[in-house]
Write a protein of this length. Structure first.
Length: 287
């Protein structure tokens, strides 16, 4: 159990390291030559949108880390970060930077933030680093191809889908949905239903399941860790193909078990917990 739960600590450290990159300069362009001899040109960007009738922020990135934090009582949405192009020469990187755009659109119900770039970059490396601060009672929807995603302090739903990187969600009062292909996932302080799917990597979830809520966690290759209150009320189902199931600090009633499956009821069984992994262990602890 300890090994799985260390994911939370490791991912939080990585996310906090990314968060110190804050800069609010709108036109700060600089360049440098990296150890590989490539030239990198970077430009800062920043946007501020007044809060009106919107209730959701949707962000679609391509390459680069994203951190989003809910701010109680906020009357504006702040979006800032860096656009970065690496190429074989400074001249080419600077010229190509115009093809890497950050677009922000405002509709009646949502703010939409999007990275726009050519599909074929002809060997150039493109990255956008995002920092977002928005009202804490908004919903958040984030899609990213490559890069870590951190979401913190929301009183509403959070949906995250990325291909490669780590996902870290903290203190989310609404329902959470997270999908990841390659990387690790840590969801802590969740107080709504949880659905998380991961292909390659470890997943750790610490949640207080609401009455009649659901927690569904799936991974193919990796350890699955779940931490819940001892008073949790839910039907419990856990299955593995190649691995073990370990349950500590919880009383499971009406138990049916086999070497690869464990079924039963926690409390009066009002909610639902379903855990499944192919290659890895399932570790569940009550606190």
């Amino acid at each position: 159990m300890k090994k799985s739960f260390n994911i939370k600590r490791a991912l939080r450290a990585a996310a906090l390291a990314a968060a110190v990159l804050f800069s609010m300069n709108a036109c700060d362009i600089h360049h440098g030559i990296d150890a590989g001899g490539d030239a990198t040109v970077t430009e800062s960007f920043s946007f501020q949108v007044n809060v009106a009738s919107q209730s959701q922020l949707r962000l679609e990135g391509v390459n680069g880390p994203i951190d989003l934090v809910g701010v109680p009582g906020a009357t504006t949405v702040e979006i800032w970060g860096k656009r970065r192009v690496t190429s074989e020469s400074e001249e080419d990187a600077r010229a190509y930077l115009r093809n890497l755009e950050v677009r922000v659109s405002d509709s009646n119900d949502e703010i939409f933030v999007q990275t726009v770039q050519p599909q074929n970059t002809h060997g150039r490396s493109l990255e956008v680093v995002y920092h977002v601060r928005m009202p804490g009672n908004w919903r958040a929807i984030i899609k990213n191809a490559n890069g870590n995603v951190l979401v913190d302090s929301l009183q509403n739903q959070a949906t995250v889908a990325i291909a490669n990187g780590n996902v870290e969600l903290h203190e989310i009062a609404g329902a959470v949905k997270a999908e990841l292909t390659n990387g690790n996932m840590a969801l802590t302080g969740v107080r709504g239903s949880v659905r998380a799917e991961l292909i390659n990597g470890n997943v750790f979830v610490e949640t207080i399941l609401p009455k009649n809520g659901a927690c569904e966690l799936k991974t193919v290759n990796g350890t699955l860790g779940l931490q819940i209150p001892k008073a949790t009320s839910a039907e419990f189902d856990a299955e593995v193909s190649n691995g073990t199931i370990n349950l500590v600090g919880l009383t499971l009633q009406a138990t049916a078990s086999s070497p690869k499956a464990l079924h039963g009821r926690l409390g009066s069984g009002e909610g639902s917990i379903k855990l499944n992994t192919v290659n890895g262990n399932i570790q569940v602890a009550g606190y």
